[in-house]
Design a protein around this ligand. Structure first.
Ligand code: UGA
Length: 430
């Protein structure tokens, strides 16, 4: 059957906008991505990608006939049948998501003559769709449909996640809009789930909250394993074999971070409290996550006696491997706590952008893990970059002032490290 090609305007050339735009172009649609940042647009036009995401650069290059970047509104809206809102919704001082960028996009749609639907990819509070609907009606766009179409892609695997999702969630108030968004995804390998707008908005927040809950849960079990002599790795492996529970998101560590879990869990908690309900479980999940970071620093303190004057190496800085993203990374919390305790912080990371690391460790970032470990009194493995498996750990033990290592991701083999002379501490394992 002949597949209709749509003209799509994507607002926002951030993480979600770029992945959405490139993947829709890959599906054969004509896409214009608009961003208000001229430097970012210039970079994209020159063939560069402002973020590190595996496969994204290739996808953009391969689809450059169908995928353009601009700051210009008229160019973006010219012929556009669909508008995708992909701007960021950072937390505001009240704890509610700041939707100002969303509103400025919605306002800018007023002159779009061919527009048939507006789709929301930005993560927004439940009820936002109703407000956007009212704004569209007031702006002379009452005939334009609206859909909440949340994204579930994870950084590092975003392109694959978009093209092979577990589900495509479409929350629309009318059938025609649901059909249009569904048809736009033709070629994507995953089931389409259609529902009302508010439910679709809730799916996004509930999914991230449940994923964060699984991690905080296993982190608490890990703490208990430390106190009882059990091994959380064995526990998680066997628990995960129960198909009702599943093996995913049961890796203990130094707590979850990133641009989504911290922001979305706070947003959901705030959303609940705005309705007068206090989310008990989610509040505990957030508190356990904060505690997990404090415990990491405490472990070193207990081992070294004091942190004052100690040189501590942080291995891995990004919130997870496979990304250059430092947003809400656990490393930033650990670094500031260590500095506050009077320690000297050194670090290594293969991808973190220097500008984001600079505020705290500009002068002590090293090109290799081995260099960061030189003369250190202790090290924390913060991000499980695979390179850290190949470190010359025997050589490092010889040049560290004290071979104390807290493996915050259980990446290394405890017995092997102890055989090399390390005081090795993992998360929840003997
Ligand atoms: C997350 C979700 O996984 C995506 O489904 C969602 O679309 C996305 O947020 C979003 O809302 O945009 P992401 O933040 O890219 O994706 O990263 P994850 O791979 O989920 O990891 C989040 C954090 O949890 C990281 O700090 C990671 O180290 C930590 N984590 C993850 C664990 O500590 N243990 C685990 O078992 C899994």
């Amino acid at each position: 059957a002949h597949k209709p090609v749509r003209q799509v305007a994507v607002f926002g050339a951030g993480y979600i906008g770029l992945v959405t735009g490139a993947c829709l172009a890959e599906l054969g649609h004509r896409v214009v991505v608009r961003d208000i940042d001229p430097a970012k647009v210039a970079l994209l036009r020159s063939g560069d990608v402002p973020i590190y995401e595996p496969g994204l650069g290739d996808l953009i290059a391969r689809n450059k006939e169908r995928l353009t970047f601009t700051t210009d509104l008229d160019e973006t809206l010219h012929g556009a049948e669909l508008a995708y809102v992909c701007v960021d919704t950072p937390p505001s001082s009240s704890g509610d998501a700041d939707l100002s960028r969303v509103w400025s996009v919605v306002r800018s749609l007023e002159g779009a003559a061919h527009l048939r639907a507006v789709a929301m990819k930005s993560t927004v509070p439940v009820g936002t769709g109703t407000r956007v609907r009212a704004a569209l009606d007031a702006g002379g766009l009452a005939h334009v449909g609206y859909a909440a179409n949340p994204e579930f892609t994870a950084e590092g695997t975003a392109v694959h996640d978009f093209l092979h999702p577990d589900r495509i969630v479409i929350g629309a108030s009318d059938e025609a809009t649901a059909a249009l968004i569904s048809e736009l995804h033709e070629g994507v390998d995953g089931p389409v789930v259609v529902m009302d707008v508010r439910s679709a908005e809730m799916v996004k927040l509930a999914s991230n909250a449940l994923l964060a809950t699984k991690i905080s849960f296993i982190n608490e079990i890990a703490t208990l394993c430390e106190k009882t002599g059990a091994d959380v790795e064995e526990v998680a492996r066997a628990v995960g074999l129960d198909h009702r529970l599943g093996p995913h998101f049961l890796r203990p560590g130094v707590g979850w971070g990133g641009s989504c879990f911290p922001k979305d869990s706070e947003a959901l908690r705030q959303l609940a409290s705005n309705t007068g309900y206090h989310l008990q479980l989610l509040s505990a999940v957030i508190e356990v996550n904060n505690l997990q970071k404090r415990r990491a620093v405490q472990k070193l303190k207990d081992e070294l006696g004091t942190l004052t004057g100690m040189r501590v190496a942080l291995l891995g800085l990004t919130f997870k491997p496979g990304t250059d993203d430092m947003r809400e990374a656990t490393s930033t919390v650990l670094a500031s706590r260590l500095l506050a305790e009077g320690a000297e912080v050194r670090c290594w990371d293969p991808m973190a952008r220097p500008a984001e690391v600079e505020p705290w460790v500009s002068t002590t970032r090293h090109a290799t893990p081995e260099l960061a470990l030189e003369g250190a009194d202790a090290a924390i493995l913060v991000t499980e970059w695979p390179q850290l498996k190949d470190v010359d750990w025997a050589g490092a033990a010889a040049v560290m002032r004290r071979p104390v290592l807290f493996d915050g991701r259980n990446l290394l083999d405890p017995a092997g490290m102890r055989a090399l002379g390390y005081t090795y501490m993992g998360v929840g394992r003997p």
